[in-house]
Design a protein around this ligand. Structure first.
Ligand code: HEC
Length: 251
């Protein structure tokens, strides 16, 4: 008798488990079904309960995706925002390769309290791209959307294994280096606190930032050579200075 009861007991458990697994698999299947959304020059994969929103941009293509609670907006144009106004005290930054495109990522230090976004400088055909949201708790979901972004010429075999966030924008182009480090005092084409960037001689860049010799007393006052060397000498690598020089000469 006892074995019979045990047998019935385990059969019931088994049936329950199988049906639970079945339910879970189905339910989960519906919830996690992702949808590939085509935006023309690019596509991204978003969860089933998110949908595409499009606005009419003046100079470019602006739109977004939303689930009714959270939303991300994108700007695919020459003017895309590259996070240079983000606050380094509350935001973290990382560079990442996503489907062959170098991307700058930002997220708030406190989850759900700030900007979460991706910026791609060389998106497609000279356009820049960003996709940005604010105060979103589910960072994993957002980063999965970011990782799914593909442009027409994206190489899906090239992806960073790991994203490492830090307090500083780790810029990868002369332009973003300039905005992150120099634009508070230098304008590209006109004189501000410092001289116009485009007018600075190539050798001056190296002398002002990389050299460690030949400081005169006069140099140590204000925002002179001494300031530049102290502030940027360790921060920027020689390669990054080269990029800045390139940027100062571009166009
Ligand atoms: C806090 C303000 C400030 C920031 C930030 C700043 N600069 Fe300057 N920079 C100046 C000022 C002011 C001068 C002119 C100083 C002088 O002539 O004594 C100057 C001069 C220079 C010069 C010398 C130009 C010449 O022809 O003599 C170079 C090169 C330069 N800056 C590069 C940079 C670069 C590169 C960055 C960013 C990585 C940068 N600066 C960030 C204020 C700044």
């Amino acid at each position: 008798m006892k074995t019979d009861k045990t047998l019935i007991f385990f059969s019931i458990i088994l049936v329950l488990m199988v049906s639970l697994i079945y339910l879970f698999a189905n339910g989960f299947g519906i919830k996690s079904a992702n949808e590939k959304i085509d935006f023309g020059a690019f596509e991204m994969t978003i969860p089933h309960d998110w949908k595409k929103v499009e606005f009419k941009g003046i100079d470019g293509y602006v739109g977004g995706i939303t689930n009714g609670i959270d939303s991300l907006t994108f700007d695919y144009s020459w003017y895309s925002y590259d996070f240079n106004y983000e606050n380094g005290e509350t935001q973290l930054f990382a560079t990442d390769t996503i489907n062959g495109k170098i991307a700058l990522l930002t997220k708030p230090k406190k989850v759900g309290n700030g900007t979460i976004g991706i910026y791609i400088e060389k998106a497609y055909k000279k356009n820049r791209f960003n996709l940005i949201g604010y105060n979103i708790d589910n960072e994993n979901l957002i980063f999965n959307i970011f990782k799914s972004i593909k442009f027409k010429d994206s190489d899906t075999s090239l992806n960073s294994r790991k994203i490492e966030f830090s307090n500083k924008i780790k810029p990868y182009s002369g332009r973003s280096l300039f905005y992150a480090n120099c634009a508070s005092c230098h304008h590209r084409n006109k004189s501000m606190i410092g001289p116009a960037f485009s007018g600075i001689n190539e050798l001056e860049f190296k002398k002002w930032i990389l050299d460690s010799t030949g400081l005169t007393k006069k140099d140590t006052a204000g925002f002179g050579i001494s300031y530049h060397r102290k502030t940027f000498g360790k921060l920027l690598t020689e390669k990054e200075i080269e990029k800045l020089i390139e940027y100062s000469k571009a166009e």
